[in-house]
Ligand binder design. Structure first.
Ligand SMILES: Nc1ncnc2c1ncn2[C@@H]1O[C@H](COP(=O)(O)OP(=O)(O)OP(=O)(O)O)[C@@H](O)[C@H]1O
Ligand SMILES: [Mg+2]
Length: 209
């Protein structure tokens, strides 16, 4: 059964869907990847539809969006037929998001370098801990340097919160590739966004084994 990577954070707009799309595309270069969108906003479906009509076709990514009582069955089917399943979740930690965390082999919690994001992440971290699921914060839209980033990294360190070393910067490349139905690693061969995303994917691969 394929491992499940769930991206969750109760605060909106922290980069869950962005991470799900770019990671799915990066992993799709070498394995069978499925995306499960449990967010009723369905932005990942839009991305996937754009992807489907591209020529030449990028590597296939299976896609399902579902909710409610179908979730467990859909997830099981996807896990059987793929090498990796990524779940994009809505900005809350109730019902479906809770199930997605429970099913995860690894939970990623994107946080932008702001206390608001870090505080909002606490609920997701606590839920993952309660479900005994491995969880990591991912710093997203981080400036290369600066006081705010330093303060957030210091707080994460002082509180010994689990985090990935890989950090994504605030880069227009993530949004432009998304708008084209691509991952950033498909839209360009090199560049800071590509380097960051590959480092993130490699770190996740190491954790999933
Ligand atoms: N690293 C980044 N660099 C530049 N823009 C980014 C980055 N990450 C996310 N964004 C932008 O931030 C906005 C919110 O991102 P996204 O929709 O992925 O967040 P989300 O957590 O899925 O939001 P929601 O909680 O509403 O589902 C989008 O406009 C996206 O393009
Ligand atoms: Mg989203």
């Amino acid at each position: 059964m394929a491992p499940v990577l769930t991206i969750a954070q109760q605060k909106g707009g922290t980069g869950k869907t962005t991470l799900a799309a770019h990671l799915a595309a990066a992993f799709a270069a070498s394995r069978r990847v499925a995306l499960l969108d449990i967010d009723p906003q369905r932005s990942l479906r839009r991305w996937h539809e754009l992807r489907a009509v591209r020529a030449p076709a990028p590597p296939a990514i299976a896609f399902a969006d579902t909710a409610g009582w179908r979730l467990a069955g859909t997830l099981e089917q996807l896990r059987r037929a793929h090498d990796l399943v990524l779940i994009d979740s809505p900005p809350q930690i109730e019902t479906e998001a809770r199930l997605a965390i429970r099913a995860a082999d690894l939970v990623l919690v994107p946080v932008q370098p702001s206390p608001l994001d870090l505080w909002a992440a606490e609920g997701t971290l606590a839920l993952a801990a309660a479900e005994r699921r491995p969880v990591r914060l991912v710093l997203n839209r981080a400036p290369g340097a600066g006081r705010l980033r330093a303060a957030i990294e210091a707080e994460i360190g002082q509180r010994a919160l689990p985090r990935l070393d890989a950090v994504l910067g605030n880069r227009v490349g993530f949004a432009t590739a998304f708008a084209a139905g691509l991952g950033v690693t498909e839209a360009a061969r090199r560049g800071p966004a590509v380097t960051e995303l590959l480092a993130l994917a490699a770190e996740i691969e190491g954790l999933l084994g």
